[in-house]
Design a protein around this ligand. Structure first.
Ligand code: KG4
Ligand code: ZN
Length: 336
């Protein structure tokens, strides 16, 4: 029960390692972010990400063990993200985990990154237990997932095109804001009017749990172009607030429809966009009104980290779901 899990995460632009005791007792989590490196390109450059993961992976693992006051010999099992993500980035973590598993003679556990985001909530709330509805909103994914138990996930709907975080990043880029755009838009939106521009809300039909954000992104681009051509001065705060309102409204509406349809009483938020202040506030307000329990992880557990991967891995191991040394990166992995 009190096994020590070493978690490894390298799916995108954070190199992270974490040490977990048992299922929920996090002893350390080290994150080496590459954001400043990719910022000058306006987004993540896959090959540069892989190269930097190679540089960081062993020092980050060493640091995580050091902070947990543990040695490699104390590690009982190794959990690693094998997808979804950038293939070259994933392979660095998967290769390191396989090498350590082989050298130490301890089991290997391949973890789905999206399930990891949901499991961040178990680290934040020690009492949380399934069933519940999860709204997963990251840079690469937007999905409503019914979590029936620790090993059973039913995806109610996902995005047909851009993920919510991707839409934030693309709109920010059009507005000349640095990467990653989500936090920048969140910050600007505080000073703007969310009703200033009426941007479209896609797939609003009842019972439709799919999302689409690419039309919204184009609408923002068209608005900026037409206002510029008319010689009007652009209010960046209003554009940010109106765009954000369109994203948040759809996410909140569909999340509560899904939770009612599945008959759940708890909603958890997961993924990097969970850091968005307006999304968190709207979900909290709606949940209070509907008598639904609402949970979201603290900021450091919202964005990519190895703690959530270690936690997911520990539950998989408890269910006997190990991987072998044939484990490969699966860039397009979705929910089981
Ligand atoms: O989960 P995550 O760290 O990486 C993926 O697995 O994709 O999510 C990163 C995404 C980026 O698109 C980033 O812009 C977005 O989360 N994000 C935010 C905020 N903070 C991060 N989006 C909106 N508001 C925020 N405050
Ligand atoms: Zn992520």
């Amino acid at each position: 029960m009190n096994r020590l899990t070493l978690g490894i995460e390298t799916s995108c632009d954070e190199t992270s390692a974490a040490v977990l005791r048992g299922m929920r007792d996090l002893r350390s989590c080290v994150i080496a972010t590459q954001i400043p490196i990719h910022q000058k390109y306006g987004g993540v450059v896959p090959e540069i990400a892989s190269r930097n993961h190679i540089l960081s992976i062993l020092p980050v693992i060493e640091q995580a063990l050091h902070e947990a006051d543990a040695a490699l010999a104390d590690v009982d099992q190794i959990a690693v993200t094998y997808g979804p993500g950038l293939v070259g980035a994933l392979l660095v973590g998967v290769s390191a985990a396989k090498a350590l598993s082989f050298a130490l003679g301890v089991p290997l556990i391949g973890v789905n990154h999206l399930e990891g985001h949901i499991f961040a909530n178990f680290l934040a709330d020690k009492e949380l237990a399934p069933p519940f509805m999860a709204l997963v909103v990251s840079g690469g994914h937007t999905a409503l997932v019914d979590v029936a138990d620790y090993e059973t996930f039913r995806q109610m709907g996902q995005t047909r095109d851009d993920a919510a975080g991707e839409a934030f990043d693309k709109v920010a880029r059009v507005m000349g804001l640095p990467y990653p755009g989500g936090p920048e838009i969140d910050r600007l939106a505080h000073a703007g009017d969310p009703e200033a521009v009426d941007f479209p809300r896609a797939l609003a039909q009842e019972g439709n749990y799919e999302f689409s954000f690419s039309g919204l992104k184009s609408a923002v681009l068209n608005y900026i172009n037409s206002e510029t051509m008319k010689g009007h001065e652009l209010c960046r705060e209003d554009i940010a607030a109106s765009f954000q309102a369109a994203v948040v409204e759809v996410l909140v509406h569909k999340a509560f429809e899904a939770i009612r349809a599945a008959g759940r009483d708890t909603l958890v938020l997961a993924g990097g966009v969970a850091a968005n202040a307006s999304l968190e506030m709207r979900l909290r307000t709606e949940a209070e009104a509907a008598g639904i329990r609402f949970l979201y992880p603290p900021l450091r557990l919202c964005t990519d980290n190895a703690a959530m991967i270690a936690c997911r891995g520990a539950y998989q191991a408890a269910a006997g779901r190990y991987s072998d040394l044939h484990l490969n990166a699966v860039p397009g992995l979705s929910f089981a």
